[in-house]
Design a protein around this ligand. Structure first.
Ligand SMILES: [Mn+2]
Length: 325
């Protein structure tokens, strides 16, 4: 996908930049934001603020320049705000931004009515490609188009973004482009094993204890497998929701399972769901029917009710989706 000259010119012509990812930031949101900010610096831009409503998770503090991330924007107007790895202001966790122009760099599926929305029409430029494996890949395309020389810090941020969003280059989105880009990033200084150690071999102890309790709830039926965590489990282990980020990957590993679900208890009667598909079923549609969203193979939503009520509701929709696909 070609990058619009609008986007490149917007970057060239602007002096001050706000860069913001989504709430509960993970490596793609942060890595792409940090890489964009480092790349802009290389273009001589001095006034850049990287924002995240939620703090950088401890596990991602190794990302170069992660310490520059701020929880609040300075009280002045910026030339442009860039939304990364999300395509609505709501997803950033902020009400809005003081910026003359707005741009989006994202790889999530746009909501059906997005093109007609005021926000979408108000965009000065965008690079939205749901076919891209990671927002980091899109930032790589932008920086390359701007002929920014990549250094180790930029490469490490982008490599981590692509590595994590492709599940370690294992998911169906691990395209030739993502693998080639990863190779370029290694040439530019990214160190695969150093990054893998940080991402995959540095699990907090409390997180693995929580996983143990959660895995004990594993069940399967009709091509679905699921696990859950309760507030009690979080209390017992001292773990937080951050520690359960990739738990949904475990029920997905079960042979012959098409759809995996992780139920995380957030309140007395409310659950956050992560849904994963091995490819045949579009879990984004399922999540959307409950007010959530995401990608075809990875999505999430929130549902109120007891665990039993929530599960009954979801299983019905998943079964229907499996029949139809
Ligand atoms: Mn992403």
């Amino acid at each position: 996908m070609k990058i619009s000259s609008k986007l490149l010119n917007l970057i060239k012509q602007s002096k001050s930049f706000l860069i913001v990812g989504h709430i509960n930031p993970e490596a793609d949101s942060l890595g792409s934001s940090l890489a964009l900010s480092l790349g802009l610096r290389k273009l001589g831009k001095k006034d850049i603020c990287v924002l995240s409503r939620d703090p950088v998770p401890e596990t991602l503090m190794f990302l170069p320049s992660s310490r520059i991330v701020r929880p609040k924007p300075p009280a002045r107007e910026f030339d442009v705000v860039f939304l990364l790895d999300c395509n609505e202001v709501k997803r950033t966790g902020f009400e809005g931004f003081r910026a003359k122009k707005t741009a989006v760099i994202d790889h999530h599926v746009l909501p059906a009515d997005a093109a007609a929305s005021e926000f979408y029409k108000s965009l000065s430029a965008s690079l939205i490609d749901p076919g891209a494996a990671a927002a980091g890949l899109l930032v790589y395309r932008v920086l390359t188009a701007l002929e920014v020389p990549l250094d180790k810090d930029i490469a490490t941020n982008l490599y981590t973004a692509i590595l994590t969003d492709t599940g370690g280059f294992r998911y169906s989105n691990a395209s030739s482009e993502s693998l080639k880009t990863a190779a370029h990033l290694v040439d530019a200084g990214a160190k695969p094993w150093d990054i893998s150690k940080e991402v995959y071999e540095s699990i907090p102890f409390k997180s693995l204890k929580l996983l143990g309790l959660s895995l004990a709830t594993l069940e399967r039926k009709d091509g679905m497998a699921w696990i859950n965590t309760t507030k009690h489990m979080f209390g017992k282990t001292g773990a937080t929701s951050e520690d359960s980020e990739d738990f949904v990957d475990f029920p997905r590993k079960v042979k012959d399972v098409e759809v995996a679900i992780f139920f995380r208890q957030d309140g007395e009667k409310s659950f956050k769901l992560s849904l994963r598909s091995k490819g045949r079923v579009d879990v984004q549609k399922i999540a959307k029917s409950f007010g959530g969203g995401g990608h075809v193979a990875a999505a999430g939503c929130k549902i109120n009710g007891t665990l039993k009520e929530v599960q009954d509701k979801v299983f019905k929709v998943v079964k229907k989706a499996m029949k139809e696909s």
